[in-house]
Design a protein around this ligand. Structure first.
Ligand SMILES: [Zn+2]
Length: 69
């Protein structure tokens, strides 16, 4: 009997291969979601092996005021 279905385990983040989160599926986090989006916008969607560990480095395009409005 397979009482423990692994349906959720099937969804993995295409960016870092981590288990996807319900709020950001199919990605694991907002960061990875943005990374994927930026790749599409850039027009060069490729499976790059380059990983960005500096989260602060991505803040260049992020607006300083985000909780306003
Ligand atoms: Zn991820």
């Amino acid at each position: 009997m397979t009482d423990h279905a692994d349906t959720r385990a099937t969804a993995r983040c295409p960016i870092c291969r981590k288990p996807a989160d319900g709020a950001f599926r199919p990605f694991c986090s907002r960061r990875c979601r943005d990374v994927d989006l930026n790749r599409w916008l850039s027009g060069n969607y490729v499976v790059a092996g380059k990983e960005e560990e500096d989260e602060d480095g991505l803040g260049a395009e992020r607006k300083p005021e985000d909780g306003r409005g």
